[in-house]
Design a protein around this ligand. Structure first.
Ligand code: GTP
Ligand code: MG
Length: 455
């Protein structure tokens, strides 16, 4: 909805809960006529009438002919003590499509109008309930799919982005000093100017990284793969099930049980990973089996982290040594499985240097916690660290990046130092703006374009 179409005199309504059918549907009404409207369709069971008061009441929803729509709970808020700052009502009814449609028909005929995206929040902003910057952050809260991202959003107030931007500003202060000096020493200016390049390139690089972090967050990064590989019968599927916490992949004493690739989501230190079980590596003549094995190897090449499962009662085979040689550069660890067996022997020197090893029994569960701890440590190190800017800050960073790239191009073209010094000042100013005040104009497109209807 466009801002110019907003009429703040009207009372608005929207379904604030998720897709129907659902256990409960929450219909929100906000505006000066909210109580008047509610009084015509909600009848508390205690026989009282709806009054303009902060309350919650159980009662019956009826259409204008007096026909029952549903039994429901009504929550009422008196402005300014409500989310939007206006008089507001919430009907919590059964999440049925027919109930919600009927209720909304009645609301329409009583003069309320359907809310647009973000309209409740915008009214809250106008009533001083939220700031523009809080609306910007709220948009990210809705986008967050991973716990780790949520933590980054909530820790934005800790000033880490401000600190990072201040560091980048320091770099530009250095380049400014270099360029200003070049202005004074016009004969050797090209040598002086070349000294400005490294700090500028460094700043460009770091600035791009922060922008990239936000775009990955918004776009939803590809979920990294944690691939379990090894020989047939080593216990890969048993480990897969143990890490997943449920019996998902078939486990059997017969080698060659897993023929296809099985993937499931797991969460490790707040990040989603795809846990992948593969067919055991072996020579095979059978076409279907061969395809399964090849597929497993393809997954291994695309893995962000992999686990080699070794049957600890048999030790490393040439095929496993080959896997370590081939994929050992990729982050991995070796699970020395079947610790419960008599024949099990401690992993020896034959395992590749530098590989982390976890001894365990996927069958009894012994050692699984130790593996979790190892994995958490290893995978957390791989999480993109650093502050997450808001959408507005990210847009401003893009502006600053543009100015810095322009400066670099002019620097490489040996433009006059006076001109370069001026461009550097502009780049500094645009970097300064990144952590500046966020105004409502900065976030309106986002609120009206991205927020859910009902928010
Ligand atoms: N004693 C013991 N047996 C295990 C252990 N882990 C797995 N097994 C057994 O080893 C056999 C093979 O286990 P799976 O998990 O199916 O092995 P896999 O590596 O997935 O085998 P494929 O899918 O055939 O490649 C089953 O009989 C399991 O019960 C363990 O820690 N101890
Ligand atoms: Mg298997």
């Amino acid at each position: 909805m466009l801002r110019k179409n907003l009429n703040l005199e009207t009372s608005i309504f929207a379904l604030a809960s998720g897709a129907l059918p659902s256990a409960v549907a929450i219909e929100k009404i906000s505006g000066s006529a909210a109580f008047e409207i509610a009084a015509q369709l909600f009848f508390p069971h205690q026989g009282e009438k709806v009054r303009r008061e902060r309350a919650f009441r159980f009662g019956e929803l009826r259409d204008l002919s007096g026909q029952k729509i549903d039994d429901c709970l009504m929550l009422s808020f008196v402005g300014p003590h409500s989310h939007s700052g206006e008089d507001s009502i919430e009907f919590h009814c059964h999440g049925s499509e027919s109930i919600v449609r009927k209720l909304e028909d009645v609301l329409l005929s009583l003069g309320a109008v359907p809310a647009g995206r973000g309209e409740f929040v915008y009214r809250a902003y106008l009533n001083g309930k939220v700031t523009a910057s809080e609306m910007d952050s709220l948009g990210d809260v809705y986008l967050a799919r991973e716990t780790a991202d949520l933590e980054k959003i909530y820790s934005r107030k800790d000033g880490s982005l401000q600190k990072k931007v201040a560091e980048l500003r320091e770099n530009l202060i250095r380049t400014q000093a270099i360029l200003d000096t070049a202005v004074d020493f016009s004969e050797e200016y090209s040598t002086v100017v070349s000294q400005a390049k490294p700090p500028l390139i460094q700043t460009i690089h770091e600035c791009s990284e922060i922008i990239q972090r936000y775009s990955v967050f918004r776009g939803g990064a590809l979920v990294p793969r944690l691939v379990i590989a090894g020989r047939p019968n080593a216990g890969k599927s048993s480990l897969f099930n143990a890490l997943l916490g449920r019996y998902r992949a078939i486990v059997h004493e017969e080698a060659g049980t897993t023929r296809d690739v099985i993937e499931e989501d797991i969460e490790v230190v707040g990040r989603r990973w795809k846990l992948v079980d593969t067919a055991g590596f072996r020579q095979s003549e059978e076409i279907r089996e061969k395809e399964g094995i090849e597929l497993g190897e393809n997954f291994l090449s695309s893995a962000s982290f992999w686990i080699l499962v070794v049957d600890g009662s048999l030790g490393l085979s040439p095929k496993e040594e080959e896997l370590i040689r081939k994929y050992g550069d990729k982050p991995h660890l070796i699970v020395w499985n079947k610790q419960d067996l008599k024949e099990w022997h401690v992993p020896g020197q034959q395992t590749a240097k530098g590989s982390l090893i976890a001894s365990l029994s996927a069958k009894t569960g012994e050692g699984i916690m130790g593996l979790w701890n190892l994995l958490e440590g290893e995978l957390a190190r791989r999480d993109a660290s650093g502050p997450l800017p808001t959408s507005v800050q990210s847009r401003r960073l893009e502006g600053a990046l543009g100015s810095m790239k322009h400066l670099l191009a002019k620097l490489e073209a040996n433009e006059l130092p006076e001109y370069l010094a001026e461009l550097n000042r502009e780049a500094s100013a645009s970097l300064d703006s990144v952590v500046g005040q966020i105004g409502v104009e900065d976030v309106l497109d986002r609120v009206f374009g991205e927020f859910c209807i009902g928010k």
